[in-house]
Ligand binder design. Structure first.
Ligand code: ARG
Length: 501
């Protein structure tokens, strides 16, 4: 049986399926069980390059060199890459159809074994690539040796990791969408709910809770676009760059790129095997997302504290204290706040690994994966936790409204009224309003608590009509400028965001 171009293209589906298998995500079913770890030492020279070696590596060398404990998470991508490669080798007449067929069947068997948790880790076999190849040899014999024709582990790991990170971008997008949907739902419920808007964490002007939540929808929308942008840029297939210089075999890189679901092949073989920009861009987008999540986490923590009392977290998202029976702690939000710092650390770490590396591949680059995998796992946890909290928080409207009315939050409305109705220059209006605040403070009331006579005594241009703007409801309703907090604007912003989603 020959593997036709059409058969090879069917592998695109494999490449697509690969996209979902980010084994190891605590939220996915694909976590590789660690009890499959079984380090086996060997004194013999490595069978895959032992030709020019007299003796095997020292035990410590094996330990520092092996990456299987980490890169086993790439097994789906590795097998998909190999299937696409061998289909292409057959199509180009570089290996026989019979050998390609045996290799492909063997690879499918290995996939089934790994899916069943039967990957046996062996430090002597270093990484996932050598594990798969060695197992293939066990299954089909010497023909397995033809798979590595016109290929190197350098382009192999580059394509595996790109496929994985591309899928991770899609996964981040899905999780961000879920959080955005939760925020939109709560924003809609609270398009009219009044809360204090802060600057310097001092009450500034009343805003609507819906508007406040929609600020996070904006941030997370930008995060989505950063992941999408990174995914589009990494959509080029490095397979076929071989070790660093390309190959003398008549390979078809368009074919493998397409089979694996890439837009096309990378253009420079040296860059193909030495580039990890795609991983850095993923970490950078992760960091920005984490930064936003940490701000929301901080607000949840503050709002849940007793002096604020703006929100109550449900039992499912709170923890108690072993000594203080009354406690209800926002641990998940605190951990999101903490973990978001790790994303910057991950970006920094991989940047430092890559900085100053000469072209092309250096083994330093093997250390890219642990950093990215850890960030991926934490991002998944953080986004899922945030979504859970946002969906179930109880907003204490009375507390929020009372706080919005404190701190003379409608002072700007009074100043604006003097400008609009009495034609007072804003700077003068600011001065007059300051005097009103001082008078209200002295008598222990809010601005609305001053009598008409008291207001008139401060400035004769202030009339009864000013009462229309001194309430927090009137204040938010008047903020109708584009992007402002008025309930009508919030509803329009929610509709527009839903359309974008
Ligand atoms: N395990 C290696 C990595 O992840 C694969 C590439 C090894 N290449 C080499 N020339 N030693 O980077």
């Amino acid at each position: 049986m020959t593997i036709s171009r059409r058969d090879a293209l069917k592998l695109a589906a494999v490449g697509g399926a690969v996209g979902c298998g980010l084994g190891g995500n605590p939220l996915s079913a694909q976590t590789m069980s660690s009890d499959t770890a079984k380090p086996v030492g060997t004194a013999a020279a490595n069978s895959l390059w032992g030709g020019r070696f007299g003796a095997g590596p020292s035990a410590i060398m094996q330990q520092i060199n092996a990456s299987i404990g980490v890169d086993k998470r790439l097994w789906r991508q590795d097998i998909a890459g190999s299937r696409a490669h061998v289909a292409m080798l057959a199509r180009q007449g570089i290996v026989s159809a019979a050998d390609a067929d045996a290799i492909d069947k063997g690879l499918q068997q290995i996939a089934a074994e790994y899916e069943a948790g039967k990957l046996v880790e062996n430090l002597a076999l270093e990484d996932i690539h050598l594990h798969v190849e060695t197992r293939l040899k066990d299954i089909i014999g010497p023909a397995a040796g033809r798979l590595h024709t016109a290929r190197s582990r350098n382009d192999q790991v580059a394509v595996d990791f790109r496929l994985w990170v591309k899928a991770a971008c899609a996964e981040a997008d899905g999780a961000l969408k879920a959080l955005i949907a939760a925020l939109l739902k709560r924003a809609e419920e609270h398009a009219d709910t009044i809360m204090p808007g802060f600057t310097h964490l001092q009450v500034a002007q009343p805003v609507t809770l819906g508007h406040h939540l929609m600020a996070y929808v904006e941030m997370l929308g930008r995060d989505r676009s950063r992941f999408a942008d990174a995914a589009a840029r990494m959509d080029e297939c490095p397979l076929g760059a071989a070790a660093l210089a390309g190959t003398s075999f008549p390979i078809d890189r368009q074919m493998t790129a397409k089979a694996l679901g890439f837009a096309g092949p990378t253009r420079n073989s040296l860059d193909s095997v030495s580039d990890r920009d795609f991983a850095l861009e993923y970490l950078s987008a992760t960091h920005m997302t984490g930064l936003h999540l940490s701000r929301l986490a901080e607000e949840i923590i503050i709002w849940a504290s007793q002096p604020y009392g703006f929100i109550t977290l449900p039992d499912a998202w709170s923890t108690g204290s072993s000594i203080m029976p009354q406690k209800r702690n926002p641990d998940a939000a605190e951990l999101v706040r903490a973990k978001s710092g790790e994303f910057l650390a991950a970006f920094t770490r991989l940047s430092v690994v890559m900085k100053g590396l000469p072209l092309a591949y250096s083994k330093d680059m093997q250390d890219d994966k642990s950093t990215v995998f850890a960030a991926f796992d934490d991002l998944g946890l953080c986004l899922a936790s945030m979504t859970g909290m946002v969906e179930t928080i109880t907003f204490n409207k009375a507390k929020m409204r009372a706080a919005a009315n404190s701190g003379f939050s409608t002072a700007t409305d009074l100043a604006d009224w003097l400008v609009r109705v009495a034609g007072v220059p804003f700077r003068e209006a600011h001065e007059i309003t300051g005097k009103c605040v001082k008078a209200a403070e002295a008598r222990g009331s809010d601005l609305n608590g001053l009598t008409d006579a008291e207001l008139k005594a401060i400035d004769s241009r202030i009339t009864k009509a000013v009462r229309d703007v001194l309430s927090v409801e009137a204040s938010v309703a008047s903020r109708t400028s584009f992007g402002g907090t008025a309930p009508a604007n919030v509803r329009a912003a929610i509709a527009a965001a839903r359309a974008r989603l």
